[in-house]
Design a protein around this ligand. Sequence first.
Ligand code: SF4
Ligand code: SF4
Length: 451
Amino acid sequence: MRVFGRRPAFSGGIRLPAHQRREAEATIRQLPFAPRLLLPLRQHAGAASTAVVRAGDEVFRGQLLARADNDSAVPLHAPATGHVLRITEQPDALAGTVQVIELAALAGDTQEYTGGESHDPDRCSADELLAAIHEAGIVGLGGEAGSTHRRLVHARERAVRVLVINGIEGEPGFSRVPAMLARHGADVLAGLRCLRKVLGVERAVLAVETPDGAAARNLLEAAPGGTLPALRVLPPRYPQGAAGLLVRTLAGGAVDGHPAFAADEAVVFSLATVAEVGRMLSGGLAMTDQVITLAGEGLREPGNYRVPLGTPVGFALEQAGMRPEPDRVLAGGPMRGQALAALDRPIVKGATGFVAVAAGETADVPASMPCIRCGECVAACPLELHPAELGFLARRDEWQAMVEDFHLDRCFECGCCAYVCPSHIPLVQMFRTAKAQWRRAQARPAVEAAT
Ligand code: SF4
Ligand code: SF4
């Protein structure tokens, strides 16, 4: 069932050795409720929602806690039955501060979900399904974490013709997407029917990498009927799961009798998002939990876990058998993750996973050396940027040249350049710092004008 596209459509990236999926990678365990859940009113890439509860209120699992007053906001629902302890203002990387609802989960309760009405994609209209997705507070689970409702609205406005289901895990070592493919096939198919109807598209493509080809074939062969997506199995290559790169790979010439489509005729949704859309709509659920990977040598039981939103990262890692005093914990995977300053931070919508790096695991990382102009980073960059030159400019604090002449803003911090650099130059950290400095410099004139 090989269709669409012929060869990699972008240069660079890292070729990963193919491996068979282990049983543990196709398993999803349920985490218990932490005693206290922390729920920022902005958990995703968009505007904050507005609290509709007050300190002291009793709430049940799935109850609306905050409404969306804005196109880019999403509603927030109670992950657990319990009561609202307090609502505080806490620092927020994007907006300065954000309100956080602190919820005490009811000890000993069954935490049964008594939520709303289910939505059958075959009976509901496209607009009803779209509204249900909005009301459920669903955000993208492929790492982008934007409002799924908003993304669908924009895709409808673009009149897309092809729905791409991205079944490629975004980070090496993570396996929540393959686990959902293996364990939540019915939800994937229900979500697919729903999104197809909302978008009004017939054509769909399911893209996976070689280790997950058999699971994808099994899913499609066991499907009860209807128009199935075409399957494209790609050799493992990081970061081809990035939406922009994937759609370029899949688009192109006609293959096996399927007509070609252009990249701008397609919209990409992570398989994790599609599965959660199917699960929530058919179960009448709101987004109150999600599947993440907990990985790293610092854990005795790494794997995939369904985790209630608002769970403190440290609590989740303890449930996965965190060894004493890990060297550090990365939010995100080994390639793109960033070290967490504190483990009491909550797990929020759109989080993909955490890596507990064991004490001593990184003791032998060589020190950074001067650039030898080998060009390895340039060859590895999937966006054909010039990481070496960006690195030179970063050392001289030339943020403007980095952005305007070398397109720093296009860098999505995949980490390929730093991974291949023989001089172990921390290029991605340098680019993150440069972007932050550049944003601050851009914001300064507006602040000065307002004061
Ligand atoms: S981190 Fe940025 S510059 Fe480096 S390879 Fe990835 S996209 Fe290119
Ligand atoms: S890979 Fe490292 S050493 Fe080689 S050109 Fe790039 S920054 Fe310089």
